[in-house]
Design a protein around this ligand. Structure first.
Ligand code: AMP
Length: 418
């Protein structure tokens, strides 16, 4: 497989798929440029080699072409500033052949939002509400055919293809997967960010050093079930935390008061416990909880046994006994995956459990464990504690990371790896 370090971009035009889907305020000021900064090593290496850049991304979920609200023009100046060259702009990504052909070594161009075209995602757009199944099927077939042409067109702009958009690696879109087909294996590769993400996932899921502990938090068991099922075939220890704790506790006959619970998932919780036993996985549930008399930061609080939560109270975080039990397991681990907070970490009075987990993960990491933190709120959580640099890797991936942990093959990765 080709690598970005081994590739000399001198005199080459590189199509680089990045994830510049950054949040902007009502005046289109970027409120968090993490994703832009994350792509810089790749973009800078290509320019430094003497290549030219065709930067391509999506932003938001536009439903028409053009859709000013989602224009990448708004972020052009910032990208130019941090890249250190003036980035040109192609206002129509499907009519950029000439401007791409005219690019000289060291120059950079950004294409307008790829998702202005329905072909990028390959999903029909503008179907009438009362469309028949036949009409829907015909529209789907048409857009799929057009998607191939769109991918071919984008590929025709460049000599080589670099995918640095891990955040969309789980999508089989024209620019994230399909267009790779039009490049020879030696002319397509991951960017640095994508490479780091893929390596981190492989270190955890494929080249696992034991003991392997996964900490699954968050709100609902239903949203994590595919991940839990896959992890039950891989981990030594599975720590279940966060809101989903109470579905397990109720399934086991405990009293959970007003705690968040999925009553239709009680059997599922029991089958997870059963499967853990069969697979010799040490499944660790909280034994105590920090409870509150309403869902707010200023609520009255108490610590109680997790299965003795009084009516009118709800579990908002784990208690000190669970913190200690979780930390003991985590500190003995050599591979750690952490997804989801142990409690309602957005409220400062309920961050204790997540902070204790973060500290234990950091300590294990300092002692040689490999730790991967990622997927949704875990990143916000570790950043809130200012501890991102004390774990091995914080994924930028969200949904892509979760699908990788579920054991799925990600189209964006398969398109390069073959
Ligand atoms: P997820 O997106 O599934 O990772 O869930 C993260 C969310 O779960 C965060 O917003 C937390 O506030 C929430 N959460 C964690 N623990 C609890 C709990 N005990 N009760 C309600 N929500 C929780």
């Amino acid at each position: 497989m080709q690598t970005i370090d081994n590739f000399n971009f001198a005199g080459k035009k590189a199509f680089v798929r990045v994830d510049f889907n950054v949040p902007v305020d009502e005046n289109f000021n970027i409120t968090d440029d993490t994703r832009i900064m994350a792509a810089m090593p790749t973009l800078k290496k290509i320019l430094a080699d003497g290549g030219s850049l065709i930067i391509a991304s999506h932003m938001g979920r536009p439903k028409k072409n053009p859709d000013e609200k989602y224009s990448l023009r708004h972020i052009l100046k910032h990208v130019s500033d941090v890249l250190g060259v003036e980035v040109k702009f192609a206002p129509d990504c499907a009519k950029a052949a000439d401007v791409c052909a005219a690019l000289k070594p060291g120059e950079a161009l950004m294409l307008e939002n790829l998702r202005f075209y329905a072909e990028e995602e390959g999903k029909p757009r503008g179907l009438a509400d009362d469309a028949t199944d036949e009409e829907k099927a015909a529209a789907k077939k048409a857009v799929k055919a057009a998607q191939k042409e769109f991918a071919k067109l984008l590929a025709s702009y460049a000599d080589c293809y670099v995918n640095d958009a891990f955040g969309t690696a789980h999508r089989a879109h024209a620019s994230t997967a399909l267009m790779a087909e039009y490049f020879a294996p030696e002319n397509k590769m991951f960017g640095y960010l994508m490479e780091k993400e893929v390596n981190a996932v492989e270190k955890v899921m494929a080249h696992t050093v034991r003991p392997f502990t996964a900490i699954m938090g968050g709100s609902k068991v239903s949203s994590k079930i595919d991940i839990i099922e896959n992890l039950l075939t891989k981990v030594d220890n599975l720590i279940i935390a966060g809101g989903m704790t109470y579905t397990f506790v109720k399934a086991l006959g405990g009293k959970i008061g007003q705690s968040i619970c999925e009553d239709d998932k009680l059997d599922l919780a029991l089958s997870i416990l059963d499967k853990a036993k069969k697979n010799n996985v040490n499944l660790v549930l909280a034994t105590d909880a920090k409870i509150a008399d309403n869902f707010s930061n200023d609520a009255n609080t108490r610590f109680v046994a997790v299965n003795e939560i009084p009516d009118g109270w709800e579990g908002m975080d784990i208690g000190p006994e669970s913190e200690a039990a979780f930390a003991e397991v985590i500190k003995k681990s050599k591979t750690i995956l952490w997804n989801g907070p142990t409690g309602v970490f957005e409220f400062d009075n309920f961050t204790g459990g997540s902070r204790a987990v973060a500290e234990a993960v950091a300590e294990a990491t300092a002692n040689g464990a490999f730790s991967l933190v990622g997927g949704g709120d875990s990143v916000a959580c570790i950043n809130k504690f200012g501890m991102a640099d004390r774990v091995s890797y914080v994924s930028t991936g969200g949904g892509a990371l979760l699908e990788a942990i579920e054991g799925k093959t990600l189209p964006g990765i398969a398109a390069i790896k073959g």
